[in-house]
Design a protein around this ligand. Sequence first.
Ligand code: URP
Ligand code: ZN
Ligand code: ZN
Length: 448
Amino acid sequence: MKIIKNGTLVTPEGLKNESLGFENGKIVRIGTFEAGEGDEVIDAAGCYVYPGFIDGHTHLDLEVAGTVTADDFETGTTAAVCGGTTCVVDFATQYAGDTVLNALNTWKKKAEGKMHCNVAFHMAICDWNEKTKADLPALREEGVTSFKVYMAYDTALEDAEILEVLEAIKPFGGILGCHCENGGLVTELQKQQIGAGHTGPSAHPLSRPAAVEAEAVNRFCYLGYLADAPVNIVHLSTKLGLEEIREARKRGQTVYAESCPQYMLLDDSLYNLPGFESAKYVCSPPLRKEEDIKALREAVINGEIDTIATDHCSFSYEKQKIAGIDDFRKIPNGAPGIEHRPAVFMHIFGDKLTPQDYCRLMSRGPAEVFGMYPQKGALLEGSDADITIWDPSVRWTISAGNMHQNLDYTPYEGVEVKGRPKYVFVNGELAAKDGEPTNMRAGTYVAR
Ligand code: URP
Ligand code: ZN
Ligand code: ZN
């Protein structure tokens, strides 16, 4: 047995200064006990021992905008464990003409042999038809219980189709997330920007203002209302969108809200950098204004946000973002963050949140919303031995030069953070130590 000693365990019952033993990939003992012969002791003095962090929103090895994300499952999950994340829920994506079952197989193959952390899949439903609907029970048997639809991009569904998806997954307790941006409005506002001669990245946020998100959040919430089904608002970025969630909750609806560190640290002034530099921050929804950042931070502190994810969707600045040098609409949308989420999120909130809050937002919350709790998201006897031992005293500076994400920049370049994972265990195996990978590839596919 491996035994973690001298640390502070972040458990569902509260913080505990106890020992934690694990073997064969499972937590087997929590309490006050000594190591026996043959046990391996891991010293966690001065550290918090968290159930491994879960990133509920990543895009690895995704073909989009005529290119493929810079991180695949090899580099993406390596970066994840180095930052303290032991499980990602990635988006298997059904392209037009494909079946959802085939899309799942495609994504399982992409991940095969490359999982440094555990991997579960949401299904992004992009072609809603009778076959897609008929395949949902089989998909559920394959362990996929969460789904995403888009209201923007060429992957968007019509409102009536989204309603049908909600109705179809309701009988088996599926949860639907939505990319809430009004795609028609985005196209029109993009045209207006181009018509006015604004071709650079500074036009990106102007073509996707807060109202474009809020209108879509409102619509998706009402679709959930009509279907009497819970909904999950992914990558919430605006105060206006948050207000729509509050209204829906007042109506008695179950609305889960996900946001990401970039929307609580970085603002839209980054779209006015010299040259093409701002392309690094072209993600959708875009970075927002101070008032949005303030509102989201307050919502996190008030408990109105359920999960913190990254929407990690990485493209090299030099090789991929550059495709939009003459037309901002051609810049592949997305930003990286899979490696830095825990450190950046703790940097933003510091002592304003407790270790229990960090656990709720980055581990327990995603495990509960996506049907993995208490197998994951908890330090309990019987839970998976996915464990992040977090040393809050280590000071370091985020830089593209010291990261494992496979690209040439990070939006958090130069941010000085306090705290880093000392040890990261995935299914009981040491996956990273002091921010460096052990290359165990101990992750597995998580059927939910
Ligand atoms: O810009 C982003 N976020 N691209 C990734 C796809 C999405 O919308 O989640
Ligand atoms: Zn999205
Ligand atoms: Zn996304």
